[in-house]
Each structure stands twice: as structure tokens, then as C-alpha cells.
Design a protein around this ligand. Structure first.
Ligand code: PLP
Length: 397
């Protein structure tokens, strides 16, 4: 399949397995980083802290994550939204945000329903158009928040182009939510972003058993400021979760190659399927941003969005019939999941905005997992056959 033999950044697997995890750093020589559950650490004198003052298990994970994002520093948070909140704590009342209009529903909800009440206004703009994005910038814009590929429509934003617009003003932070692509396929810091942020709950942990957020950056002053909002705001992950994410990350490169291969197979299968209206996958040559994809990314994850023919009834029937895929929110684990964005993940996005974006009743978002390709495709076929009667379309022609 086209593109499916592509691999991520060189040295990626070696970094995830070794960086921050040198067995010489603890007395036992343990090859697997120990879980340090202690919530307090002995001081050598009053106010004299051993090490960096963090938790050793979290330190391991942060060092490793910085390396895989190609950054100098990283910070771990209690959730993706905890990371978002802590980044937004760098702002003050009167500041303005420009955010991509097609965003993770929870980020959209946080900007609209929490930050807006605290005097920080957000303009949602279609950052796939640099003109529209530039027009949304204001003199008091202090943060630019983009997601690429977007959720759930998998549109791509040109990161260097957005960074260039932001740099025309002073002190504008550019944050890229890299959750869907993962650092295996896309490195926002290399493309000029200030912070690469991920919900580690998804691909990075990849096993559906941890909620966590991770950020990476190059600027030391920014790292210190964000460390302060983490420390002072309290969105800190547990040592046990840091251990699990570190463990999950060791196979990130292996999993991402397989997610990519399975997703390409699904996208190629659905694109000619008589019961399917459209398929959206950046790896398909017909995707509207495929050229940008080739420039900016080294492949893509298991996220495939499609519209089946018919209406909500057909979509509901499909979701009731599908077996290998589980009807559930979230994404990025080894198991295949299917989401109905309009009724589930994006229900909190105002209906007018959903309509404008094209998040309608027949739009479904797949998180293609690591099951056998043949089983995944056969399952999609049987559910489509049960949900969409071809004759009903022939009759209406
Ligand atoms: C899930 C998700 C988040 C939020 O992360 P949590 O860890 O669930 O808080 C942010 N951005 C994207 C793209 C996500 O998919």
C-alpha cells in the first residue's frame, strides 16, 4: 500500500527505549525504571532539595518524551486537558486566543465555557486558510492553538505558515496538539512551534489504561514558566501512571507502523465502497491536503473518518452491528473504536459550528486498532451491508 512502508524519525525506537532510563542512575542498576511512590524527599539541609525536586519516575518519562519530540524539555500532566489548562494559566485576563475551528471537543469546551468566563476570549478560525487565520489575530493575541490533523475531519494545518504569522507579533505562543499524529509521524517543534502537546491517554500510552498529558518545548524560560503553572496549579500525574506511559511508549514506533498500515488498508477499502459517501484520510492521494501531508508528516495514525450513505438511522444501525470495533469515545489504543462525533465526542460543540464544519449524522470516526487487517475490513463490510440498503439508493436516483 502506498506510503505504508514509510517510517518515522531516525533513532525513534532507540530513544523511547533508552533516553532517561540509564540503569546507572539508581543504586540497584534496575533495567526497568523503578516506580517511586514517595510523595516527599529528604532534604540534605533546610530548603536543600535532592535532584531536580520532581518525582524520579516522572523525570524518566519527561526526559524520554523530550527526546522523542526532538525537544530539550518536557513536562507531564494529569491529563491532556490538565496540560491545556496549565498552558492557558500562562495567560492573563484580557489576553486573546486564536484556535483552530476543528478541535478536540474538550478543548473547544474549555476555551468557551471556562476561559471565556475568566476574561480570556477565543476566536475560532479555519487555520487551513492562512488568510482566515491571519484575520483572526488581534494585538492582544497571546496564544495560538492548533490541532493538525484535526479532529474529527482530519484537515491539515501548515505549521510553519501559522508560526510565521504568529511571529509577526511579540510574545505569541504557538501550541500544536500533536495527539492524532504522534511524534513518530510529526514533530511540531522542528516546524517552529513553541509547545508540542499530546494527550498521552491516546497513542502515546496506547493501552487505554492511563489518562495523561505531555508537553515538549525547547525554550528554557518557557519550560520554567510552565513548570511553575504545573507545580502551582496542581495538574500533576501519579508516579504509577508515569511508569505505565513510559512502558507504553517503548512500543510506540512499532504500534504506529501497524496503525498506519491498517488505516491505509481501511481507507483504500472504504473509498470505493458502494455504501460509503466519502472517506477522509491524509495518507490518501485524493485528500485535499495530501501535498502538505507529504511535506509535514512521515505517515499517519489509525484515525480514519468517513460518511456512510443515508441518515442517522443508517449510522445507528451500523454502530449497533459492528463487532470488532467498539462504540466508544477516546482513541489511539490497540483496540479498534468507532465514534459518532455529532452525538458523542463533539456533542458539546455548538450545533451551528458542527454544521459549518460538516460534522453531521452520517459522519463516523474510526480509531483503527491493531487487530488483523482482514478481520477489521470484514467487520466494516458486514456492518455496512446491514446498515445501508443499496436498493434504497438506486430507487431514489
Ligand atoms: C483526548 C484528547 C485531548 C484531551 O486529553 P485527555 O487526556 O483526555 O484530557 C486533547 N486533544 C486531543 C486531540 C485529544 O484527542
Amino acid at each position: 500500500m502506498a506510503g505504508s512502508d514509510s517510517s518515522g524519525f531516525p533513532g525513534f525506537g532507540t530513544d523511547t527505549i533508552h533516553v532517561g532510563q540509564d540503569p546507572n542512575q539508581w543504586k540497584s542498576g534496575a533495567v526497568i525504571p523503578p516506580i517511586s511512590l514517595s510523595t516527599t524527599f529528604k532534604q540534605t539541609g533546610p530548603g536543600e532539595y535532592p535532584g531536580r525536586g520532581g518525582n524520579p519516575t516522572r523525570d524518566c518519562l519527561e526526559k524520554c518524551f523530550a527526546a522523542v519530540e526532538g525537544g530539550k524539555f518536557a513536562l507531564a500532566f494529569s491529563s491532556g486537558l490538565g496540560a491545556t489548562m496549565s498552558i492557558c494559566h500562562l495567560l492573563k485576563s484580557g489576553d486573546h486566543i486564536v484556535a483552530m475551528d476543528d478541535l478536540y471537543g474538550g478543548t473547544n469546551r474549555y476555551f468557551r465555557r471556562i476561559l471565556a468566563n475568566m476574561g480570556v476570549e477565543t476566536t475560532f478560525a479555519d487555520a487551513t486558510s492562512i488568510e482566515k487565520f491571519s484575520a483572526a489575530m488581534r494585538p492582544n493575541t497571546k496564544l495560538v492553538w492548533i490541532e493538525t490533523p484535526t479532529n474529527p475531519l482530519l484537515r491539515l494545518v501548515d505549521i510553519p505558515a501559522v508560526v510565521a504569522v504568529a511571529r509577526k507579533q511579540k510574545d505569541v505562543l504557538v501550541v500544536v496538539d500533536n495527539t492524532f499524529a504522534t511524534p513518530y509521524f510529526q514533530r511540531p517543534l522542528d516546524l517552529g512551534a513553541d509547545i508540542s502537546m499530546s494527550s498521552a491517554t491516546k497513542y502515546i500510552n496506547g493501552h487505554g489504561d492511563v489518562v495523561m498529558g505531555l508537553t515538549a518545548m525547547n525554550d528554557e524560560a518557557l519550560y520554567k514558566r510552565l513548570h511553575f503553572t504545573l507545580y502551582a496549579g496542581g495538574a500533576c500525574p501519579s508516579a504509577f501512571d508515569c511508569y505505565l506511559v513510559n512502558r507504553g511508549m517503548k512500543t510506540l514506533h512499532v504500534r504506529m507502523k501497524e496503525h498506519f498500515r491498517n488505516a491505509m488498508a481501511v481507507a483504500n477499502h472504504l473509498k470505493t465502497h458502494p455504501r460509503v459517501e466519502t472517506v477522509i484520510y491524509p495518507g490518501l492521494p485524493e485528500h485535499p491536503h495530501h501535498e502538505l501531508y507529504k511535506r509535514q508528516m512521515k505517515g499517519f495514525s489509525g484515525m480514519v473518518t468517513f460518511k456512510l450513505k443515508g441518515n442517522l438511522e443508517n449510522a445507528t444501525k451500523f454502530l449497533q452491528t459492528i463487532k470488532v470495533f467498539t462504540l466508544a469515545e477516546s482513541l489511539g489504543g490497540f483496540e479498534s473504536l468507532v465514534d459518532h462525533p455529532a452525538l458523542m465526542t463533539h456533542a458539546s460543540v455548538p450545533p451551528e459550528q458542527r454544521k459549518e464544519l460538516g460534522i453531521d449524522d452520517t459522519l463516523l470516526r474510526l480509531s483503527v486498532g491493531l487487530e488483523d487487517t482482514k478481520d477489521i475490513i470484514e467487520d466494516l463490510d458486514q456492518a455496512l451491508a446491514a446498515a445501508v440498503s443499496l436498493s434504497s439508493f438506486i430507487n431514489t436516483l
